[in-house]
Design a protein around this ligand. Structure first.
Ligand code: S3P
Length: 422
């Protein structure tokens, strides 16, 4: 199929920031208005979790969510197990928050989530005095949490994970003293920005972040930008199709997330950020994309951290680029919603790409004329959307075994994609 993408779109609220707004809004003092809506299933899991802990959350017609925050000590013991579904962010962030409550809770998730590593959060949380148990010696959900009084720690992140960092920061809100975290990787900093915006005296010194225990959180509203990770599917879609021009308005352009824009520019893509501004402590802009001819590149080191969720869609751009693209230092991809290195190698090969698997990444030799095939999403929303964008340029159709998983992050994906197709 060969088509053109044209138009101006706005996307649902950033999933990552939305989780944080629901969590911090629930423990803030009084009513918080969240501007921007996400119906991503992952976000719904977080909302339901707080509703089950006694927080009133109402969706308004004008793309707003009202959270009736009950303060730091206002959560109630949930009557049932909290089901985090497919959401790694929900389970890891809640583990930190619940470690310091004065009640008992259990967190679980779907097949994929119950296989993902949890020791990375249990370890620092138990150093703080947290009492959390899980299967496989504490590495796998379900997690049982006996809330207790916590002590602050100084902790160097052993993995590049914003979920681990945030889990500790949330536990730090309930810890005696000042919790200090060293993040040498520069992982996404939405939590730090939102805590500061809510009035917490969080300080940053080089790669150290310090947060005092028992602060007060308060704000009238939090404005959430469109999701850059969702945008990247249309960004690459517009680049690889002919005569395309797409403007995506009000997208989050936090520099800890913009690796995809940097790397596509390196590859020769026409990507421009316009109308830069700031909303509730987060940088926002409009992104203009035009069809472009791509050349290969190398992605490794710190830039991988800023691009981590966009590597699947980048693989499609790489398969169509002139030359050999190498992506390394991306071992974390193996513990996402699925092993994304394995999934990409398997599915791109079916499309005819020349792709070579490495322990911490892959190598793709382009340009390839991709062809349609019967493919699997591996139950992973980002793999599914990646293949649906590849479908715009393949000779013959890609038949996908499961599209439902796309709802995890982007239920309106097809609706918006279809509105752009000429
Ligand atoms: C996220 C952090 C990243 C990212 C995930 C969302 C977050 O995970 O892949 O989609 O909201 O903090 P890690 O912290 O495991 O790198």
């Amino acid at each position: 199929m060969s088509c053109t993408l044209k138009g101006e779109i706005e996307l649902p609220a950033d999933k990552s920031i939305y989780h944080r707004a629901v969590i911090l809004g629930s423990i803030a003092k009084g009513k918080v208005r969240i501007r921007g809506i996400s119906r991503a299933e992952d976000n719904l899991r977080t909302i339901e979790a707080f509703q089950s802990m006694g927080i009133r959350i109402e969706e308004k017609e004008n793309n707003e969510l009202i959270i009736h925050g009950r303060g730091l000590e206002g959560l109630r013991e949930p009557e049932d197990v909290i089901d985090c579904g497919n959401s790694g962010t929900t389970i890891r962030l809640l583990a930190g928050l619940l470690a310091g409550q004065n009640f008992f809770s259990i967190l679980t998730g779907d097949n994929s989530l119950r296989q993902r590593p949890m020791k990375r959060v249990l370890e620092p949380l138990s150093l703080m005095g947290g009492k959390i148990w899980g299967r496989a010696g504490g590495n796998l959900a379900p997690l049982a949490i006996r809330g207790t009084k916590l002590e602050s720690i100084e902790y160097k992140l052993p993995v590049a994970s914003a979920q681990v960092k945030t889990s500790i920061l949330l536990a730090g809100l309930y810890a005696r003293g000042t919790t200090k975290i060293f993040d040498p990787y520069g992982t996404r900093d939405h939590t730090e920005r939102m805590l500061s915006y809510l009035g917490v005296n969080l300080t940053k010194d080089k790669n150290w972040i310090a947060i005092p225990g028992f602060p007060e959180l308060e704000a009238e509203e939090i404005v959430i930008p469109g999701d850059l990770s969702s945008a990247s599917f249309f960004i690459v879609g517009a680049i690889i199709t002919k005569n395309s021009e797409v403007l995506i308005k009000n997208v989050g352009i936090n520099p800890t997330r913009t690796g995809i824009l940097e790397i596509l520019k390196q590859m020769g893509a026409h990507v421009e950020v316009l109308n830069k501004k700031e909303n509730s402590g987060e940088p926002v802009g409009d992104i203009l994309i035009k069809s472009s001819k791509l050349k290969s590149t190398e992605l490794r080191g710190d830039l991988v951290v800023k691009t981590i969720d966009e590597i699947p869609i980048l693989a499609i751009a790489s398969a169509l680029a002139e030359g050999t693209t190498v992506i390394r230092d991306a071992k974390e991809l193996r513990v996402k919603e699925t092993d994304r290195i394995k999934a990409l190698v398997s599915e791109l090969r079916k499309l005819g790409a020349e792709i070579h698997e490495m322990e911490d990444g892959f190598m793709i030799k382009g340009p390839t004329l991709l062809r349609g095939a019967k493919c699997s999403s591996w139950g992973d929303h980002r793999i599914a959307m990646t293949l649906m964008i590849a479908n715009l340029v393949t000779e013959g159709k890609i038949e996908l075994d499961d599209r439902q998983c796309i709802k995890t992050s982007f239920p309106s994906f097809f609706h918006i994609l279809n509105s752009l197709i000429q």
